[in-house]
Design a protein around this ligand. Structure first.
Ligand SMILES: C[S@@+](CC[C@H](N)C(=O)[O-])C[C@H]1O[C@@H](n2cnc3c(N)ncnc32)[C@H](O)[C@@H]1O
Length: 270
């Protein structure tokens, strides 16, 4: 997939309406990187949608959607270019971005997108999602996106985190203290730890997980995607190995991602 295959006129109109370009259709310089992040993320959504039935509507949930750039472009790609039946549910607790997105959808005449103004953790979805994703959701909002995906039994969960303040702040008295005394390494280890622990939780819940750079580091240092696909429950032996790895990290670094707590909550509700 490459942007050349898009109808540039339509794409430009979308950019203008959603605010990825100015009213004259010129891309805002500071958003050029965002463009590349969106198109590279879309490649992964495309692969996932490609594995799902063509005979029914596919439900995609964008957690911490902001102005919904990724979802608007993806909607155009799937609905118009690929002629797939898709529905987008976009969630953000910032009323301003949700209002702007609703207006944009109205201007573009899109009736397959809905925008929910709420904390991700508090949303009850009306439809079972096929794909739950988040791009640069702040800190624990990534955990909320993953928890939502697990709770709703999504086939795919894809997250690219932003900051990992909570895990970074709570990592205490661990053997890599000499490394993490340096702020830059503390941040990197926090990123690795948070995503690895999330991945282990996903694996323990029957997802196959890959962690990789989905876009070049030159576009954004926050370029790591956790991509999970539901493959079914793992054997008790495999599951206990995964949980052992998880609790080893937990006890060595004295930290627990918010996801753990959120899933406890979900368990309580069951
Ligand atoms: C850095 S922006 C990313 C927006 C968009 N995904 C993008 O890549 O352009 C992070 C967004 O997460 C939203 N957010 C953070 N925590 C949230 C939560 N718990 N529930 C809903 N939205 C949240 C913020 O309001 C903000 O719009």
């Amino acid at each position: 997939m490459d942007t050349m295959k898009f109808d540039e006129t339509v794409l430009r109109k979308i950019y203008k309406v959603i605010g990825l370009s100015n009213p004259d259709g010129e891309t805002y310089k500071e958003r050029e990187r965002k463009h590349r992040q969106i198109f590279d993320f879309l490649r992964h959504l495309e692969k996932a949608v490609g594995t799902l039935s063509k005979h029914r509507e596919i439900v995609l949930v964008d957690c911490a959607c902001g102005k919904g750039y990724l979802s608007f472009i993806s909607n155009y790609y799937f609905s118009v270019m690929q002629k797939r039946k898709v529905k987008f549910i976009c969630i953000d607790y910032n009323a301003h971005v949700i209002e702007a997105s609703r207006k944009a959808a109205e201007i573009l005449g899109l009736n397959n997108m809905s925008f929910i103004c709420a904390d991700i953790a508090k949303v009850n979805l009306e439809f079972r999602p096929d794909i739950v994703y988040s791009l640069h959701a702040c800190d624990t909002a990534t955990d909320m996106a993953i928890a939502k995906g697990i709770a709703e039994d999504a086939t795919y969960i894809m997250t690219v985190s932003c900051c990992q303040h909570t895990v970074r702040k709570t990592m205490k008295k661990h053997p890599l203290g000499a490394v993490t005394q340096h702020g830059v390494y503390r941040e990197r280890l926090g990123d690795m730890l948070a995503d690895t622990m999330r991945a282990l939780i996903l694996e323990s819940r029957g997802y196959k997980v890959r962690i990789f750079e989905y876009v070049s580091m030159t576009e954004t240092p926050k370029n790591v995607m956790v991509r999970a696909v539901k493959t079914g429950t793992s054997s008790p032996r495999k599951r206990s190995e995964i949980l052992k790895r998880y609790s080893d990290l937990e006890s060595v670094f004295n930290t627990t991602p918010k996801l753990d707590e959120l899933l406890e909550t979900i368990k309580d509700r069951e």
